[in-house]
Ligand binder design. Structure first.
Ligand SMILES: [Zn+2]
Ligand SMILES: [Zn+2]
Length: 261
């Protein structure tokens, strides 16, 4: 399973900065968190996701499906979805997500909307995608924020951002399988006492959860834990955190980073 990290930042990164491929690749600037699976499945699509994909030479019209985690503005931008759909000629763009998130996209031309339910797996171009409930508050309390357990037949990826501590029913489903990789919300660094721990992870939380997954046999030593959705103000510079978080077995993603799991 091939991953391309398009954006790896939390919502506090300035969105009006001119993109500079070198700065993005060195983690000096981060776009809002968006990830590409293979060539044609995008996870989330924030305000500048399409622009950033062009910076990295992504074949944007080749994207056939978008998985939406939730409707916060850094993850789901209707204008960007419309731009993505317009880049394709004669083929609808399939958007998958919670029905309340999809409702924000009604009226956009060239999209097919597919509602997901937590715990009910769907097939998406050769992938089995299991939506799982995330721990992340939303302005519309009817919307269910989602993580995704994605299986391509040989490898399993848990995509878990945005969200704080995994809800118990989500952990129970993860516990049933062996993961090859996690892409994980790491909004908060080492600081303690930050109010965002109720909706995002800090490094101490990630250490505790990773250790628990390892001891329960669902995160083997060779699995890769990628950290994404990093807040601008809550981490040291990229090269420093690459070294320090590696001590816990964590790989810090940066925009444009490619990985195969
Ligand atoms: Zn976010
Ligand atoms: Zn969010």
């Amino acid at each position: 399973m091939d991953l391309t990290f398009i954006g790896t930042g939390a919502a506090d990164w300035p969105r009006d900065v001119l993109f500079d491929r070198e700065a993005l690749s060195q983690g000096r600037h981060r776009g809002f968190t968006t990830t590409l699976l293979g060539q044609n499945v995008l996870i989330d699509c924030g305000p500048r996701a399409v622009e950033e994909m062009h910076v990295f030479g992504i074949d944007v019209p080749a994207i056939d499906h978008v998985l939406i985690t939730h409707s916060h503005g850094d993850h789901l931008c209707p204008d960007a979805i419309a731009e993505l759909a317009a880049s394709r000629t004669g083929r609808a763009l399939s958007i998958h997500g919670d029905v309340e998130a999809l409702n924000t996209l009604k009226g956009i031309a060239g999209v097919d909307l597919h509602a997901l339910c937590p715990g009910v797996a769907v097939g998406v171009v050769g992938l089995t995608v299991l939506p799982l409930r995330a721990n992340h508050p939303l302005p519309n309390p009817a919307e269910v924020p989602l993580h995704y357990l994605i299986d391509d037949g040989t490898k399993r990826l848990l995509y878990a951002t945005d969200g704080a501590w995994l809800p118990p029913q989500t952990f129970y489903q993860i516990r049933e399988c062996v993961l090859d990789a996690i892409v994980w919300d790491a909004t908060i660094g080492e600081s303690r006492g930050d109010w965002r721990v109720f909706e995002h992870n800090s490094l101490p939380m990630l250490r505790l959860m990773a250790e628990t997954l390892r001891r329960n046999g669902c995160l083997p030593p060779e699995a890769t834990v990628f950290l994404t959705h990093l807040a601008r103000t809550l981490h040291d510079d990229h090269s420093s955190i690459v070294a320090t978080y590696a001590r816990d077995g964590f790989t810090v993603a940066h925009d444009g980073m490619q990985a195969t799991v």
